[in-house]
Each structure stands twice: as structure tokens, then as C-alpha cells.
Design a protein around this ligand. Structure first.
Ligand SMILES: [Zn+2]
Length: 154
């Protein structure tokens, strides 16, 4: 750290940098998102070593480091393992509050998938509730083709 900071008041000006970029989601990511976009289906991949079905689909099992291969369609419904409720607005949030971020374990999957929760009163939400994927009308091939998961029965 330079000595100047001790002798001079440090001024900080807010700025904004807009950096457009693109990146490849890879072969597994591409197939996963194409299934969301074109067929409104959610797929995972099975690890040949531990047999877990990983959702979203992954090329490598994070537990065994084995390469997956078998594609497995999972349910668009699942169980909410945990969640938090967002009550404050921000330009970067994909939904208007109140909404939730949750981890949903879909039927046929062995892992939880992080996504948005919306469509009912958050005050009634509980860990263990069921939730259904709600797809956007116009899908483009990314994770937000699922608009959110709607809790069921609450
Ligand atoms: Zn594994």
C-alpha cells in the first residue's frame, strides 16, 4: 500500500462498465438447454461410478470425477430442500419481489437444482413442499427458460 493514502483523502467515484461477452456452454450444457428450450424437458446425466443422476446435467461427477454419459429425463416437479425469500428490489433480479431462491430436488434426480420460486405466497412456503417448473412462453436456451418453480398446494 502506498504512502499517499495516509496523506491524502482517497476519493472514489462510482462507475459502470458494460462488458458484453459470449461463452460456450459446452456439449452437455448445450443439450441440457436445448431440451429446456425445444421440449420443456429437464435432463440429468448419470454417473457410472456412483449411479447418481446429476441435475442440471454435468459432464463430470463432482463426487467421483467420473465422466457421465447416460442422459436421464427427470420430472419437472420436485421437492424444495431449502429456500430464501427476496423482499428487496434490484435491477439484477430476474423477478419482482417477493420471490425465492430455492434448491429443488426433481423426481428422478439425486441432486438439488438451484432456481427461482414464485407463484404463491412465500409466507406459506415450507421446506419439503413440492414445486412445479413453470416454463416461459418464449424460450431462448438458458436456465431462465424455466421462469420459476411454483410451490404446489401452498
Ligand atoms: Zn459419481
Amino acid at each position: 500500500m502506498g504512502k499517499w493514502i495516509e496523506e491524502v483523502e482517497e476519493l472514489v467515484h462510482p462507475g459502470r462498465i458494460k462488458v458484453p461477452y459470449t461463452w460456450s456452454v459446452g456439449e452437455v450444457g448445450s443439450r441440457f438447454f436445448i431440451e429446456l428450450r425445444d421440449r420443456q424437458k429437464i435432463f440429468g446425466t448419470r454417473c457410472p461410478a456412483c449411479q447418481r443422476v446429476l441435475v442440471p446435467a454435468r459432464k463430470i461427477c463432482g463426487q467421483c470425477f467420473s465422466q457421465t454419459g447416460e442422459w436421464v429425463e427427470v420430472s419437472t416437479q420436485g421437492t424444495v430442500q431449502t429456500f430464501t425469500v427476496v423482499r428487496y428490489s434490484s435491477d439484477v433480479q430476474p423477478l419482482r419481489p417477493p420471490f425465492g431462491y430455492g434448491i429443488i430436488q426433481l423426481g428422478g434426480s439425486d441432486t438439488g437444482m438451484t432456481h427461482l420460486l414464485s407463484g404463491s405466497d412465500p409466507a406459506k412456503w415450507r421446506i419439503g413442499m413440492r414445486a412445479q417448473a413453470v416454463f416461459k412462453e418464449k424460450r431462448v436456451g438458458n436456465i431462465l427458460d424455466i421462469a420459476y418453480f411454483q410451490p404446489l398446494g401452498v
